[in-house]
Write a protein that binds this ligand. Structure first.
Ligand code: PEP
Ligand code: CO
Length: 443
């Protein structure tokens, strides 16, 4: 029963790579455990208070970013563009709903993926599946697909530079609310939702000028800087353990690789290694819940992960699929409400709505994404609970991975810029489109 950062090792862990070189893995773990933490425990605690406001219906969670971050083409522009979309979505949500948006990126650590099959076969050759850049590489060759522990260190280093740039952008002026117009990047601005955003940004500008002229702006929070937090699926437990540190102020253990970490739908077994690891860290945590989750199971998850009934500790991320959400979610909402666990409920409208297009691309349709969010809001309206947030996969790039949206991407367009390494992401326009649709639901 006693917990320590490595007690997960006594439990079965699903979706782990078969590391061919154990001594090399152990060396990487040792090196990681000596490196500085990426975040401070105090920051994770602040995020927990923000999420407590979400649990209480006083704020809205926007968790968004890549399905899988990449070591290739890693650079400042991609990070800036992703941040820009998240800032734009947050402005739309906040302005329409009147409650603050808590911004959490799937960023600076989202490098490992659970896969439906451990291996992939092409032309009679069977190799390990691509598991994310923290583990192996995408090209279909034996050398690329072999899990390599040096990648754990590279993931740490890329997370550190990404986080550094995010901090610079959010504290150094880029995210100043007075620049709300400037965030509307070129290919977005020319679209219908870009125009809609421009109109909203003009209203915000007027409001800011009014507050300054009236001398009220100094009573408001600082508009020049903003908060963005980092998160990822904590899948590879050796990496997470090595970055788990004891907070000198409180003596508590925190995962210092991100502010928030979550457990995926495939690794949330009650007696599994991931649950064992998560129960001992004090970060705010998430847990994905799919359409086959039973009320008994969700109560057991809540008891294991939030034994103290602490607001902001646990975010349940519902990923039911557009067709099943209205039937699957209400019994879970009822059960959790009755139990008194003050959880955040967020809607991941992506992972239950993936299908293969005729062109062979794995895709999602923005209409299904919106339909699931609407079903999620409807379910909450029925139980009298707060639809606390959304969890989406997006990029700031002008990719063609998901169908639909006002620029109406069709199956034949998918091949044009299909760049994801894993799941299809909303592009910047589709993301903004979704934010406006969610804002309407919030209103
Ligand atoms: C993901 O968030 O990328 C993911 C794999 O989700 P899920 O665990 O919900 O399938
Ligand atoms: Co995904």
């Amino acid at each position: 029963m006693t917990w320590n950062p490595g007690s997960w090792r006594t439990r079965p862990a699903k979706h782990q790579p078969t590391w061919p070189d154990r001594p090399a893995l152990e060396l990487a773990e040792k090196q990681l455990s000596m490196l500085p933490p990426l975040v401070f425990a105090g920051e994770a605690r602040t995020l927990k208070t923000r999420l407590a406001a979400v649990a209480d219906g006083r704020a809205f969670l926007l968790q968004a970013g890549d399905c899988a971050e990449s070591f290739d083409g890693f650079g400042a522009d991609a990070i800036r563009d992703k941040l820009r979309v998240i800032l734009q979505m947050a402005v739309v949500l906040t302005y329409s709903s009147g409650v603050p948006a808590v911004k959490v990126g799937r960023i600076a650590g989202q490098f490992a993926k659970p896969r439906s099959s451990a291996t992939e076969t092409q032309d009679g050759t069977e190799l390990p599946s691509f598991l994310g850049h923290m583990i192996n590489d995408l090209p279909f060759s034996e050398g690329d697909r072999l899990p390599n522990p040096d990648r754990l260190l590279r993931a740490y280093n890329q997370s550190a530079s990404t986080l550094n740039l995010l901090r610079a952008f959010t504290k150094g002026g880029f995210a100043d609310l007075h620049r709300v117009q400037a965030w509307n990047q070129e290919f977005v601005a020319s679209s219908a939702e870009g125009q809609r955003y421009t109109n909203l940004a003009q209203e915000i500008d007027r409001a800011l000028r009014f507050m300054e002229a009236a001398g009220v702006s100094s009573f408001f929070n600082d508009t020049a800087t903003t908060e963005i937090y980092t998160s990822h699926e904590a899948l590879i437990l050796q990496y997470e353990e090595a970055l788990t540190r004891q907070d000198s102020l409180t003596g508590d253990w925190y995962n210092c690789s991100a502010h928030m970490v979550w457990i995926g739908e495939r690794t949330r077994q009650l007696d599994g290694a991931h649950l064992e690891y998560f129960r001992g860290i004090k970060n705010p945590i998430g847990c994905k819940v799919g359409p086959d989750t039973t009320p008994e199971e969700i109560l057991a998850l809540c008891d294991a992960l939030d034994p103290d009934h602490e607001a902001g500790r646990l975010t349940l991320i519902s990923r039911m699929g557009a067709d099943r959400v209205e039937e699957s979610l209400p019994p879970l909402l009822e059960a959790v409400k009755k139990s008194g666990h003050p959880v955040v409920w967020a809607c991941d409208p992506m992972h239950g709505n993936t299908f293969s297009a005729e062109s062979g691309h794995k895709t999602r349709h923005l209409d299904d994404v919106t339909k699931e969010v609407a079903g999620f809001f409807h379910a909450h309206a029925q139980t009298g609970t707060w639809p606390g947030g959304i969890h989406v996969e997006l990029t700031g790039d002008d990719v063609t991975e998901c169908l639909g949206g006002s620029s109406d991407i069709h199956d034949a367009d998918l091949g044009r810029r299909y760049e994801t390494m894993c799941d299809p992401r909303l592009n910047a326009r589709q993301s903004l489109d979704l934010a406006f649709r969610v804002a309407e639901l919030l209103r």
